[in-house]
Design a protein. Structure first.
Length: 208
């Protein structure tokens, strides 16, 4: 193999570095701080390499949205080796992980949400990602509360996401550990609330 040959692993690493640079710029400066030249400088690569992997700024932002979508799905990914109740509890607590409650990550999400409100194309990507996350969380709720109808599982998942997003936005102003723990406890209350048949049967309601 010649000395100028580039392995597929190196290509993936370069592309990932470029995307991470774009996400860093977006988190610090918003959409106005993202340009192909700025990304190349941030990633420490030639401008031509950025243009090779991404056609334009819009393509980069789409890729950033999809990267966040992939990360969100990992938060609610099922783990068959763990009991359904514990799977759900872990997912609810995972959103308060130290790697997420950082200014960089939370600011990135805030800017991406703002973009979704300002651009129809980004809005569609964001809406599809939101639905996938809701479905993933609802699936965990369904496994833990098998007597609950699917639509009710999605309703609980939607209510939980409102709390989770509020927790993330509030954390931008400063992480309040006690408040975060109360927020997680509230999401567990919603997730594990008894199904109607249990209430009618006189079973003891869930307590966090």
């Amino acid at each position: 193999m010649g000395t100028n040959a580039v392995t597929s692993g190196e290509q993936v690493d370069r592309q990932a570095r470029i995307l991470e640079a774009a996400m860093d710029l977006l988190s610090r400066h918003g959409i106005s701080g993202v340009s192909m030249r700025a990304v190349a400088r941030e990633a420490g690569v030639a401008l031509g390499l950025v243009n090779y992997y991404y056609d334009d700024k819009t393509t980069l932002i789409r890729a950033a949205l999809r990267r966040v979508d992939e990360h969100d799905l990992l938060l609610v990914a099922p783990d068959p080796s763990v009991a359904p109740d514990e799977q759900l509890r872990r997912a609810l607590r995972r959103v308060a992980g130290a790697d997420l409650l950082t200014t960089r990550y939370l600011s990135l999400r805030l800017h991406l949400w703002a973009l979704a409100q300002a651009d129809e194309d980004y809005a569609q990507i964001n809406a599809a990602a939101f639905d996938r996350y809701i479905d993933g969380l609802a699936a965990l709720v369904s496994s833990a509360r098998p007597g609950l109808a699917w639509e009710a599982c999605r309703e609980r998942a939607s209510d939980i996401v409102v709390i989770q997003n509020g927790m993330w936005l509030t954390a931008l102003l400063g992480v309040d550990t006690a408040s975060i723990q109360r927020s997680i406890a509230r999401t567990e209350q919603i997730a594990f609330a008894p199904v109607p048949d249990e209430i009618a049967g006189g079973q003891v309601p869930f307590r966090p």
